[in-house]
Write a protein that binds this ligand. Structure first.
Ligand code: SAJ
Length: 400
């Protein structure tokens, strides 16, 4: 292991934890990123994203000389691609980062190398994009360059734990590639390493996130029905979940982050004729922020100069990540539509370039309407009784 060299392309939420973990396990890791700032920060032993314990891991990998970052790849035994796979305006997958990462590493690849795509990808990407580009560049991916997919499955906030503890699904474009990739993951993963082919591995990851999206859509749909019927949806769900075979997730202001709100579209894009439920779930979850906005507007109408206190901006509890956050979308719309004076509190951020952030207590004290958007631990102790006469719209069901 000491002599195994690994080149990780993309030093974001997945690439950096993976690179630093491998560095602390004794591999010689070279990380590549397009951002000079990211490269400089990591080489100083620091981090550019918020994730528990990642700072310690990066510092120790850099200090022992096992993690270096650069703008260009180097020759290695194993290449790991961990770049973003967003979608375009028409919900079609944007694979341009995977394509450019593959082109970037191609001149550095030698016979015997293993190339692993970890980015969440539409079915066929490992074979039809990564292996195809390598083949076009003269590499023999049938015989001596091994190409596989191993989707990342870690939960932001628990990345370093889940990188080691979670089971991994590994699928090569041929059985030999699967075998080589399985052998690599078995060296540092404590969970089980399960082998399949690359297309099934790609679909497994999309299925996991779509399954969660569909379940959340069910909860969100229930929340609208219950609101109309005057029923507390959280009480309802906790009662229904007492059935031994029922497990309903929680409604919220919408689904955020860059995974669950994105990945189901990769299935819909390839199978529009059949992916009806998956698409509907996406639409149900994407329509929830508008429902919240309408609710606030109808309450605000009762005030001459309404002050609306928004609690939370992040896409989920106890993180500082605002990507695809329904809370941000809702706050921005309330401001643009001049619904009233908007006060905002986000305890996980000190500053925001667009919004003025205030302490939670001040927001509550000054507001007529309290809009709870994120179930951060700082908000969990709030009690209806302390909110006096104020109107409460609790999209997460945490205020008692
Ligand atoms: N949410 C609800 N109700 C719930 C659960 C979640 O409204 O009951 C919302 C959250 O508030 C958030 C969104 O859904 O806005 C997504 O949050 P999450 O915690 O469910 O998932 P992510 O996006 O942080 O991470 C997911 C994970 N996938 C699954 O749990 C199947 C993670 O394991 C994946 O690695 C990650 O996507 C990814 O990178 O794909």
């Amino acid at each position: 292991m000491k002599d195994t060299k690994i080149c990780v392309i993309g030093l974001g939420y997945i690439g950096l934890p993976t690179a630093s973990l491998l560095g602390t396990k004794g591999y010689k890791v070279h990380g590549v990123d397009v951002s000079e700032h990211v490269v400089k920060t990591i080489n100083e032993g620091k981090i550019h994203i918020v994730e528990p314990d990642l700072d310690i891991m990066v510092k120790s990998a850099v200090n022992v000389g096992n993690l270096k970052a650069g703008l260009e790849p180097v020759e290695a035994d194993i290449f790991i691609i961990a770049v973003p796979t967003p979608f375009k305006d028409d919900y079609q997958p944007d694979l341009s980062y995977v394509e450019s990462a593959t082109q970037l590493i191609s001149p550095f690849i030698k016979p015997g190398n293993l190339v692993i795509l970890e980015s969440t990808s539409p079915v066929g990407t490992t074979d039809e994009v990564v292996a195809r580009i390598l083949k076009q560049n003269g590499h023999d991916t049938d015989k001596d360059v091994f190409v596989a997919h191993c989707p990342e499955r870690v939960l932001p906030g628990r990345i370093l734990i889940e990188l080691v503890e979670n089971d991994r699904i590994v699928g090569g474009i041929n059985p030999l590639a699967t075998e080589k990739a399985v052998e690599f993951y078995k060296a540092f993963v404590r969970g089980e390493v399960l082998s399949t082919d690359s297309r099934t591995a790609e679909m497994a990851k999309l299925t996991e996130n779509s399954s969660r999206d569909v379940s959340i859509a069910f909860a969100n749909e229930l929340s609208l029905i219950c609101d109309q019927e005057g029923i507390n949806v959280w009480e309802l769900i906790s009662l229904a979940n007492r059935h031994p075979r029922v497990n309903i997730l929680n409604p919220g202001p919408g689904v955020g982050g860059h995974c669950i709100a994105v990945d189901p579209w990769f299935i819909v894009a390839r199978s529009p004729k059949y992916a009806k439920l998956i698409k509907t779930a996406r639409l149900v979850n994407d329509s929830k922020p508008q429902w919240v906005i309408d609710k606030v507007k109808s309450k605000a109408e009762k005030f001459k100069n309404p002050v609306i206190g928004c609690l939370g901006l992040a896409f989920k509890a106890d993180v500082d990540d605002l990507r695809e956050s329904p809370a941000v979308n809702i706050v921005r719309r309330l401001i643009n539509d001049n619904v009233g004076e908007i006060l905002i509190s986000e305890p996980n951020l000190e500053l925001h370039k667009e919004f003025n952030l205030l302490p939670c207590e001040e927001v509550i004290r000054r507001s007529d309407i309290i809009l709870l958007l994120v179930d951060h631990r700082e908000f969990k102790g709030l009690k209806t009784i302390e909110l006096n006469e104020k109107i409460l719209i609790d999209t997460r069901g945490i205020i008692q």
